[in-house]
Design a protein around this ligand. Structure first.
Ligand SMILES: Nc1ncnc2c1ncn2[C@@H]1O[C@H](COP(=O)(O)OP(=O)(O)O)[C@@H](O)[C@H]1O
Ligand SMILES: [Mg+2]
Length: 259
């Protein structure tokens, strides 16, 4: 479909191996969906839409494809996440009550506020304890998808790139071993670099960039599959809208001809 196939390309009809995001316009950009049990970095500046994109992947997984999900929230408290996405009509609480979704609160303890959540990472900050909590949660809900939002707050805690690389590798490998196809968000300040600490994209199998750029007197959202191991994918930059129903990507529309 797209030129420039990766050497490890898998068969396009290997549909079982594909995890559909269900995000309108996205799956056709990468041969039908993400590759199962792999981890993807979602990079973008603040406000680009990383959290919403990741939650839409989880929400669609549960509601369209019968795949349970785990949200590991290191940056916003679960209550904020539930409230923010309710404007898209996504009722996370209902899915949690049905045992299809778990939101791990890995934020409250870190900032020193109490948490009433069912799944809480109780220690101040330590990847080992977070992995234990993910493993316990996975035993309970048998999820197929996860999002870690965000790697940036974890990385600021760890500080050193060598340490960040090892700890994020442990995290992505654990998610893969648990049978989770995952997204990890990364907040960047310079759109020419897909990672904040220079290492996050080394521990993931693909990188999706979300842009929110000024063009004349407006800002436009666009996205790019920057890297995706094991599959052919679009090499173009595609505009997207955040609509009342969530993300809609326009695979066949050019960025600056929005008519
Ligand atoms: N109902 C909505 N309609 C349109 N855009 C929205 C809506 N809700 C949020 N947004 C957009 O979503 C962006 C925030 O998305 P978010 O996923 O929180 O960003 P990030 O995690 O990258 O900081 C905002 O910039 C805003 O423009
Ligand atoms: Mg966010």
């Amino acid at each position: 479909m797209f030129n420039g196939a990766d050497s490890e390309e898998i068969s396009m009809d290997d549909a079982e191996n594909r995890v559909k995001t269900g995000i309108p316009g996205f799956d056709e950009l990468c041969g039908g969906g993400l590759i199962r049990d792999r981890t993807y970095l979602i990079s973008g500046t603040s406000g680009a839409g990383k959290t919403n994109f990741g939650i839409q992947f989880i929400y669609n997984g549960i509601t369209k494809y019968g795949e349970n999900g785990i949200i590991i929230a290191t940056e916003e408290r679960p209550e904020q996440i539930r409230k923010n996405v309710s404007k898209f009509g996504w009722d996370l609480k209902k899915l949690e009550d049905e045992g299809k979704l778990a939101i791990i609160d890995a934020c409250s303890t870190k900032i020193g506020v109490p948490s009433q959540e069912k799944y809480v990472d109780v220690r101040p900050f330590d990847i080992r304890s977070m992995l234990d909590q993910i493993i316990t949660t996975q035993e309970q809900i048998n999820a197929k998808r996860a999002i870690v939002d965000s790697t940036t707050s974890i990385s600021f805690f760890l500080q050193e790139p060598a340490k960040i690389r090892i700890e994020l590798l442990k995290l992505s490998t654990t998610l893969e071993i648990l049978g989770l196809t995952s997204m990890m968000t990364c907040e960047i300040i310079d759109e020419t670099n897909p990672s904040r600490f220079g290492v996050e994209n080394f521990v993931t199998d693909g990188t999706i960039m979300l842009y929110y750029d000024r063009h004349e007197n407006v800002r436009l959202h666009s996205m790019e599959i920057y890297k995706m191991r094991g599959t052919d994918h679009s090499k173009k930059i595609h505009p997207y809208d955040i609509t009342p129903d969530g993300f809609v990507i326009h695979p066949h529309r050019d960025l600056y001809t929005m008519a």
